[in-house]
Design a protein around this ligand. Sequence first.
Ligand code: 8X3
Length: 266
Amino acid sequence: MAARCFVPTFREVLSVVPTTALVTGASAGFGAAITRRLVAEGHRIIAAARRLERLESLAAELGPALLPIALDVTDRDAVLALPGSLPAGWQEVDVLVNNAGLALGASPVWETRIEDWEQMIATNNTGLVRLTRVLVPGMRERNRGHIINLSSTAGSHPYPGSDIYGASKAFVTLFSANLRADLIGTKVRVTNIEPGLCGGTEFSNVRLRSDEKAAALYEGTEPILPEDIADAVAWALARPAHLDITRIEMMPTCQADAGLAVKRGR
Ligand code: 8X3
């Protein structure tokens, strides 16, 4: 009888050991796309979002590989209690995808609402660092882990109206780099993903508080889609364990860093 010849597929060769990943903001947009993609790659996902009912259709679609949990990343007590509150068998989180985040407003600094700034900082920064702080010790102990932070091109390229949103993403980008500096020599990786113009989510509708303005923003463009973000996350995760993809900046072909602004006259 001929010996069975096992030839692994390209994906099997690349694929890391299946992990338990926690994805924040998993109920929609990038988070839902990342969750679907990682489940398709064989990982188990703790899908976190503020409203549990929003995760229900994802849970029905993805089955037992998905653990939906209600989590508001701005809720200090809930985040600090998180590791111990996960059910047995789900407490060893190998991958944290810090996806929850938002932009509110696109006005100049002197016109923005201070409440918007506070909400962006609470979600994009305070929530992200607290969650990282509670999950990274377990990763270090097991010498296995990956933190994937969703930053933005707005974190390194200023533009009018980016104000605290851009600054909050600059914080995420440098936090990712500093985290890597602390984790040097361990098998805990950190990847900072920096997308430019993204469509296919409610991001701009929320930011501009107007469906019409959001539609105008995307008119004639072909933006990055949530599946493109999920692809980048899956790719970074599937690299060999000794390799850390530290930053991924991505823009659609209709966008470029087009140089410094010059304002003439008054
Ligand atoms: C989203 C990218 O260009 O809207 O983080 O600031 S942009």
